[in-house]
Design a protein around this ligand. Structure first.
Ligand code: M6R
Length: 460
């Protein structure tokens, strides 16, 4: 009762060596229930090779764990009747499955992860989105006048794309903040706000604190998370789970693409309820979504050019990623991937903003990834590519197959399958993930556990 702050603690006493006592607040803690043995861990992947039966400890609960039993009490000393939470992933899913690194395995799992995330949420006739977990209606959405999206890192980048989806398809204003800023900015939110937090792990301390802050200010809350029973899932009013399966590599890949799918489906669902898009447009976009797992699979067909770029540019000191609109959002994710696992200085810029300062950094052989997948901005991107080429940059363009005019502008081009503009973030990000991976491998860094980083950031 006297401890302040966030913690997960396990105590062992010399006098009673047959028991461990554990408690938590704001940080995760799970208890694995075995036969004649029990386990305490910070998250489920650590114990699934031992048992699938778990107790997930809540804030203010204290557990006494012995080899032959677990007893949970609250801070008043009363016994708590815990429900056993049965994990449905298998141990093999948490192993590398033949890939050299978890990151590479997880990149290749994206078609399946996307399929799993969307499969139960498209009506049998393929025409509407079903969100059993939400059951919203027009009255509910009429009572929301603003959405606030809050997340960190890659989940924040997914939120940026989500903001675009909701604004474009639902015409509802969306604000977005990184969680560590949101907490301290005295956010303008109230009971008319819907706050959406995004977190793969569901345990990120800043995101959890932001979620609590939103709740305190009366906002309705929705979490998009990948981990069932995580702290964020339990704290939010409602949850949309991404079904990406366990993500082990520190660099987030399949969590990002499934978060985009969750946002896209949410936006379509809201647009249906609000009648902000014609039914045919919604059906077309659902069709595009259904083709997506195969399209993502196609981006793995020829990765040799990416390996070649990694050989050519793997020891560059800087890299830039430019794009407009959704491409700019993906550029941010591409840049984060490269810096976090290869330790190359990488920056993302809105292509139209370069001339306001950053172009001063472009010189002979500066590596620039230019994302040009948005049809309505394609010509503008070609001009931006020319702008940096004139200053000596080496440009790798990423565009849809039909946008082959890019070949005459960029030094190298990676094509993605033709698709609706809204879908491209799920495709253009894949070569960027793979490029970061091959560069990291070439530089010999620890791909799955890059220096200074942790998978779950459970400290502020
Ligand atoms: O588990 P979360 O989605 O809340 O994690 C948020 C960030 O810490 C995470 O996305 C981080 O940026 C990744 N390492 C990026 O690859």
């Amino acid at each position: 009762n006297r401890i302040e702050g966030s913690y997960s603690l396990v105590f062992l006493s010399e006098e009673q060596p047959d028991r461990l006592i554990c408690a938590k607040k704001d940080n995760p803690l799970v208890i694995g229930l075995g036969k004649g043995e029990n386990f305490i861990a910070s998250d489920i992947p650590a114990i699934i090779s031992k048992t699938r039966k778990t107790y997930i400890l809540n804030d203010g609960e204290v557990a006494v764990v012995r080899a032959d039993g677990v007893e949970v009490r609250n801070l008043q000393g009363e016994r708590v009747d815990k429900k056993v939470f049965e994990v449905n992933w298998n141990a093999e899913a948490a192993e590398k499955g033949g890939y050299e690194h978890f990151m590479l395995k997880e990149i290749h799992e994206q078609p399946k992860a996307i399929r799993d995330t969307m499969s139960q949420r498209i009506a049998k006739d393929g025409k509407t989105i079903v969100m059993e977990e939400l059951k919203w209606d027009k009255d509910f959405l009429d009572s929301v006048n603003k959405i606030a999206v809050v997340a960190c890192g890659t989940a924040y980048h997914a939120g940026l794309v989500g903001k675009s989806y909701i604004e474009k398809l639902v015409r509802m204003p969306v604000e977005i903040d990184v969680a560590s800023e949101f907490r301290y900015k005295d956010p303008i939110i109230d009971e008319k706000t819907l706050t959406i937090v995004v977190s793969q792990s569901g345990e990120t301390s800043d995101t959890l604190a932001a979620l609590k802050e939103a709740g305190r200010r009366g906002s309705r809350t929705l979490a998009i998370t990948n981990v069932v029973g995580s702290s964020i899932a339990r704290e939010a009013d409602q949850v949309i789970y991404t079904w990406a399966g366990p993500e082990i590599a520190v660099a987030s890949t399949k969590a990002y693409t499934t978060q985009l799918v969750a946002f896209f489906m949410l936006a379509l669902y809201m647009a249906e309820i609000m009648g902000t898009q014609p039914a045919e447009r919604i059906t077309q976009l659902i069709d595009a979504l259904r083709r997506l797992p195969d399209d993502v699979g196609r981006t793995f067909e020829d990765v040799d050019p990416l390996k070649t770029f990694a050989r050519q540019y793997g020891f560059n000191e800087d890299a830039f990623f430019i794009g407009r609109s959704l491409d700019y959002n993906v550029a941010m994710e591409g840049s984060l991937k490269l810096k976090e696992i290869s330790y190359i200085h990488a920056e993302a810029y809105a292509a139209g903003e370069l001339k306001h300062g950053t172009i001063a950094l472009v010189e002979d052989d500066t590596l620039i990834f230019a994302l040009a997948s948005q049809d309505f901005l394609f010509e503008k991107m070609l001009s931006n590519i020319e702008e940096v080429k004139t200053r000596g940059a080496r440009v790798v363009g990423i565009a849809k197959k039909s946008q082959n005019a890019i070949q005459s502008k960029a030094d190298e081009v990676i094509f993605i399958p033709d698709c609706a503009d809204e879908i491209t973030p799920l495709l253009t990000v894949v070569p960027l993930q793979l490029f970061a991976y091959y560069v990291a491998k070439r530089r010999g860094t620890n791909v799955d556990k890059p220096k200074n980083l942790a998978k779950s950031v459970t400290v502020e």
